[in-house]
Design a protein around this ligand. Sequence first.
Ligand code: NDP
Length: 479
Amino acid sequence: MKELQNYIAGAWQSPVKNQWLDNSEPATGKVYSRLPDSTAEDVQMAVDAAKKAFPIWSAMSVEERSRIMLAIAQEMKLSFESLAEAESKDQGKPIHLSKVMDIPRAIQNIEFFATEILHMASESHGTKGVLNYTVHSPIGIVGCISPWNLPLYLFTWKIAPALATGNCVIAKPSELTPLTATMFAELCMKAGLPPGVLNILHGNGKNVGTAIVEHPDIRAISFTGGTVTGEQIASKAAPMFKKLSLELGGKNPSIIFADCDMQEAVQQAVRSAFTNQGEICLCGSRILIEDSVYEVFCDAFIQKVKQLNIGDPFENGTNVGALVSKSHWEKVLSYIQLAKEEGGTILCGGSPVHPQGRCQDGWFIEPTVIEGLGNDCRTNQEEIFGPVVTLQRFSSEEEAIALANGTKYGLAANVWTQHLAKAHRIAHALDFGIVWINCWLIRDLRTPFGGMKDSGVGREGGFEALRFFTETKNVCVKF
Ligand code: NDP
């Protein structure tokens, strides 16, 4: 059985307490590797290594840091196929998706911040006889905690700006998807990243995650995950006055107006609902449809959903793979049951799937479409994070906005209309950090990324991310 290790001070390390966790392949339900169940002692080792590395890494010129990061990206390109295979095996997603989305984007994250740092400027404010200028310096040691849905994609999205700005990083991938982060450590060694600059600790959130959040020498926490976990992290980190970036859950609406390009809207609503088994924080899980086209949309949507192939992530024609874990699979099934109890009608799907052959014990669920539920029920209010969508009707712009804004979340919305002024009006009225008009999941890494309300605090992406990982100082000179 494969044994993954922590990466501390540029070397592989077993957990201090010699405790281990099993790691399963979602598509087969079988354990295939084990990983460290790290504790506060491992965090302390990583912090000691990061403290030693910080004076070296932070003193390097931005050009030198950029060159090392680009060398890491180059190593990732050389390992593209094996990274993609590992991601699908560990997470359950179709291999096609790993190849077109996860791994290319992980490489792009490193390249983007490696080059963006070369363009980071600081402000100056002059007045008679006085010049103020701003210095952005690295914070020191920072913690990056990432989830299991887009493992290497979100792991690199956090550590790249942290490294580019000269910080040393203690990073924790999800215990459910530790594989590509471990492979990434190996690529960092090959690319010549100095020991201790990046330290990767495996284990569960309650132990090692909490130890990272509570360590007094880790001065900033960048976290992506569930809203409840975000709350717990904030309650520990805020009294210690740590910088915090929280990217949390969502319950995102796809809003379909009668005047949209219907064919495109249907196509993209299917994509937005079921890509990555619906396990993307940006997935549109509540589809709001204008009354006059409800039946037309619904028929075309269901027809397309029924065409999706569910099964082995390693088969090329697979559109929907396995859910990440047995407990998540059970949680999603329990929400389908809840939807029925709340009075919803299942228009398609609704059941677990047991494909023939090697995947018969895997954690698969049919893409599920539910109608007939009001906006206030739990199915329409709580994040399910699986291949489950609901359909609701609206009859006016005002009603669409009220339904869309009517949850505690505010991460992303997508709106389908050909009416230019209406598109802008709706975009301004929606309480979401991201609004896509006539598209979904087009990402420009320079744009601010994050949610409103319970979907998070702060923004990632572009210069916002670089600024988050720096301390800002004003220097005032009288001359
Ligand atoms: P969790 O909140 O359960 O976990 C996220 C990470 O935090 C994992 O590494 C986890 O470790 C760790 N963790 C858990 N508890 C603690 C703790 N008390 N202290 C410190 N770390 C902890 O989320 P999931 O992994 O289940 O990911 C799914 C969630 O992530 C969804 O709600 C989704 O919406 C959200 N998400 C948000 C995104 C955004 O950009 N807004 C993007 C992607 C996902 P472990 O796995 O070991 O428990």
